[in-house]
Ligand binder design. Structure first.
Ligand code: UDP
Ligand code: MG
Length: 321
């Protein structure tokens, strides 16, 4: 709500906001700034660029502040007090953005800024969420293969259709962004949430480049965490599958008990096969621990949410207009 009143006090409300999360991107920012401002100037519509500094430890913040000085007409910078992760950085950008169409992209130039007009055109055609998928994804197979598998599992479990969940070049209508902000979720996945709220979603094909400089901030561990957020945030299927596995195992064990009982009566007790028993036990132990883990994933998120701590803290907003 505060963002609304803030927007109303301004004389010039931008049509388009471009929101970018930034974490240690000093090597990419100069080129990003150059290419992005060129694109924005060509749009010929009132626009703003909202950069969120997600607690960068390099020179990123200083660079971004200098861009506010250079282009006070379009640049705004949200400064976090520490690192809260990509999605919270986008969330803060959403809270601050004033445009009617809000576009997100990455700071590392993997999403070419030149594709933004394509998304805006699709929004103008009447869609409220425009996603994108990468034409020839410039990542190693170690990234593309797991992400393809994860995409499939995610779609089966959550029922959310997205051709390319990892592509952050997306456009959202203001009402969708407001719903996302007001959801108040802490561990969330913004494109999925948007897809969930969207009435008329669409997707366009975009180019994809290799990271301009630096290395990805995501390692395997972070990727797994992100996908847990996706699964637990949008579905109870993992819990239900687990219940069903439990029931199936119980039924099978019951059959085994009956068999052993009959065997004991007619053939006598059996003593062999002790290691088979161990194998089965260890397997089941694994299943139980996994189940505890899945329950824990949900409980942990409930706990996080219930504490009602602030999702992030904005130290300052640097802007001139
Ligand atoms: N990012 C962020 N906070 C983080 C990690 C990443 O704001 O804790 C930003 C990063 O600066 C970039 C975007 O999120 O603009 C995507 O990050 P990255 O390129 O590392 O991820 P990948 O493209 O490998 O998925
Ligand atoms: Mg990247």
């Amino acid at each position: 709500m505060t963002t609304e009143t803030h927007a109303q006090t301004l004389t010039k409300t931008p049509d388009i906001s471009i929101v970018i999360p930034v974490y240690n991107e000093e090597k990419n920012l100069p080129l990003l700034f150059e290419r992005l401002t060129a694109v924005v100037d060509k749009l010929d519509r009132p626009a703003e660029i909202v950069l969120t500094d997600d607690g960068s430890k390099d020179n990123s913040l200083a660079l971004m502040k200098s861009y506010v000085e250079k282009r006070p007409d379009i640049m705004r910078v949200v400064e976090f007090d520490r690192n809260y992760g990509q999605h919270m950085a986008v969330m803060a950008g959403f809270e601050t953005a004033r445009g009617d169409i809000i576009v997100t992209l990455d700071a590392d130039l993997q999403n070419p800024p030149e594709e933004i007009p394509k998304l805006i055109a699709e929004m103008d055609a009447g869609h409220d969420v425009v996603g994108s998928y990468r034409r020839n994804r410039q990542d190693s197979v170690f990234r593309t293969l797991p992400s393809r598998i994860i995409n499939l599992i995610r779609e089966r479990i959550t029922g959310i259709k997205m051709r390319d969940q990892g592509c952050m070049l997306r456009a959202y209508r203001r009402n969708i962004v407001r719903m996302i902000v007001e959801s108040g979720e802490t561990s969330t996945f913004i494109p999925a949430l948007a897809q969930f709220y969207a009435e008329r979603p669409s997707e366009v094909e975009v180019e994809h480049a290799a990271r301009h400089a630096g290395t990805s901030n995501y390692n395997l561990y972070k990727l797994i965490r992100l996908n847990f957020d996706l699964m637990t945030g949008f579905s109870l299927v993992p819990l239900q599958v687990f219940t069903m596995v439990g029931m199936a195992v119980s039924a099978a064990s019951l059959l085994l008990v009956v068999y052993m009982f009959l065997r004991r009566i007619f053939l006598g007790p059996e003593v062999e096969g002790i290691f088979t028993l161990f194998a089965i036990l260890f397997f089941l132990l694994g299943v139980v621990i996994t189940g505890l883990g899945i329950v824990g994933e949900y409980v942990g998120r409930i706990y996080q949410q219930i504490r009602q701590r602030a999702r992030f803290r904005i130290r300052a907003i640097h802007e001139k207009n």
